[in-house]
Design a protein around this ligand. Structure first.
Ligand code: PLP
Length: 402
């Protein structure tokens, strides 16, 4: 296929901006109240509590600040251990390392890139405090097995649902199944609070009071505002995780349109899946598995190359066609950070290999059907070109024809 280098660059990700958010932004500016914890923060929290049916929702400045609050609520002490999958964003682990915990990394299930839940129990020691399942790409971990192991060993489950807002497991929203759930509204996620933002879902009622104190910088200002105390006091450690009202106003515009956003992303995801299925049948790639009785939010689309050595080539081939394709995370246990702070439990029989085979294709609200047609045609053409080269080994392989 001739590739035209003058074609517009198709970005891998791009922030969702609908335009309808402007109404709320104007209203917020007119109100003169920008500090946070005002009308729009409340609207977002009510939306999350109503829609997700978990517990208390606190809208915060990032997914990371939600995770940091979770680490405090779980009462992590120096020397404690937390069990995490290796294929996670570094802040998942950082939030617990900052409280003195040692992350214990567990291998993945190749078909979802989520933690292999059957390996968790073997990683538990006397020091283990919590399990942190990461719902990679918005696809659910095996929560039944994780909750069962956690109950048996009296561990907290703190879901990193950063990518997974609106995905479900057995009919329950992700982020509402563990005692705590952390959601991100950073611009790569399905909904954004104008670039940064997050929410902490406090599903265990016994943690709500302390969560509110943390959220109020360590004070009982929440109770003061409800008229329950005459003045407020400094009671505990705390942090400033407040989301500004302007950002909350932006976020509310996106939560209101969540059905529309999710439907579009799922449509694009489904088109990739069915169009690339022939490559999977021919043995060139594996496509993601969506476990039974779960729904996902199409946060990303990935394929796994069967031949690891092809990754730089296909990323370059797509790049020459002005299509941004990416590798994703480096497994944490291989990084200098992971080596310094963490420990691996068991054998890395899946993670390193699978992580080196992943390619992320563009998926965002700015992607038109025509753009996606061009991406799919280019991916298919890569293997056609490959087949030609295999049949004619004497000719150097052409990466592009332009
Ligand atoms: C995005 C993300 C985070 C961090 O969220 P921020 O809002 O950027 O702080 C944590 N974990 C995972 C899995 C993520 O995808």
């Amino acid at each position: 296929m001739p590739l035209d280098s003058n074609q517009r660059v198709i970005k891998n990700t791009s922030a969702t901006i609908l335009g309808s958010e402007i109404r709320h932004l104007e209203d917020c500016l007119r109100s003169g109240c920008l500090n946070g914890k005002g009308k729009y923060t409340k609207l977002c929290q009510e939306w999350l509590e109503g829609f997700m049916q978990g517990g208390r929702a606190l809208v915060v400045s990032s997914g990371t600040s939600a995770l940091e609050m979770a680490a405090i609520l779980v009462n992590i002490q120096p020397g404690d251990e937390v069990i995490v999958p290796i294929y996670a964003y570094v802040t998942t682990v950082n939030s617990f390392v900052l409280r003195g915990a040692t992350p214990v990394f567990v291998d993945l299930d190749r078909s979802t890139m989520n933690v292999d839940a059957s390996l968790i129990e073997a990683a538990i020691t006397k020091k283990t405090r919590a399990i942190i399942p990461v719902h990679y790409g918005g696809v659910a971990c095996d929560m039944e097995m994780i909750m069962k192991v956690a109950r048996k060993h009296s561990l907290f489950v703190c879901e990193d649902a950063a990518m997974a807002c609106c995905s479900t497991y057995h009919g329950q929203m992700l982020g509402t199944i563990g005692q705590l759930g952390c959601i991100s509204f950073q611009e790569k996620k399905n909904f954004t609070a104008g670039g940064q933002g997050g929410a902490l879902l406090v599903n265990d009622p016994s943690l709500v009071e302390r969560a509110e104190i943390l959220y109020e910088h360590g004070t009982d200002r929440g109770r003061f505002l409800r008229g329950e105390v005459e003045r407020y006091h400094w009671l505990d450690i705390g942090l400033n995780a407040t989301l500004s009202e302007l950002q909350a106003a932006f976020l509310f515009g996106q939560l209101e349109a969540s059905d529309q956003i999710n439907a579009r992303r799922l449509w694009l995801w489904g088109r990739y899946f069915s169009s690339l299925a022939p490559l999977s049948q021919k043995g060139h790639i594996d496509l993601p598995t969506i476990p039974k009785d779960t729904t996902h939010n199409a946060n990303i689309f990935w394929m796994q190359l069967k031949d690891t050595s092809q990754r730089p080539g296909i990323i370059r081939y797509l790049g020459n066609a002005n299509i941004e394709a990416h590798a994703q995370f480096m497994p944490l246990h291989l990084s200098p950070y992971g080596k310094a702070h963490g420990r691996f439990s068991g054998v890395d029989s899946v993670t390193s290999l699978a992580a080196s085979q992943i390619v992320l294709l563009p998926l965002h609200m700015g992607l038109s059907d025509e753009d996606q047609d061009r991406i799919i045609a280019t991916v298919l053409a890569y293997w056609e070109a490959d087949r030609v080269t295999l049949n004619q080994p004497s000719q150097p392989r052409k990466i592009s024809d332009n």
